[in-house]
Write a protein of this length. Structure first.
Length: 108
């Protein structure tokens, strides 16, 4: 029988370096900042696909309404305007505006 020498691939070392590299960034930031990032990511995970579906349905419905109403361009424009306007992503400013200001969380 021949002996095989298994060498650990450098990919494992690279993976460990990549996984451990963000840790100093999180250590310097506050828990609130990390929480906001996690919350925005989780919110956008749901919001972006739902917004994309809404835009596609609005554009299709607007075009269909143009055909079914005999060319009512104002109705079509209104449907397109309502479904394609911003926001496309949940941003920190949008989240603050939605829940209101919390003075107890402001840094002093």
């Amino acid at each position: 029988m021949s002996k095989r020498i298994y060498r650990k691939p450098p990919a494992i070392a690279l993976l460990i370096i990549i996984l451990l590299s963000p840790l100093p960034l999180f250590a310097e930031s506050s828990q609130e900042t990390v929480g906001i990032g996690v919350g925005l990511t989780a919110g956008n995970m749901w919001f972006v696909p739902i917004k994309a579906i809404s835009v596609v349905m609005g554009l299709t419905g607007g075009a269909l309404s143009f055909v079914l109403t005999g060319g009512d361009a104002e109705l079509t424009r209104q449907m397109w305007r309502d479904t394609t306007e911003e926001p496309y992503l949940i941003t920190p400013d949008l989240a603050r505006k939605s829940i209101g200001e919390r003075p107890e969380l402001k840094k002093q």
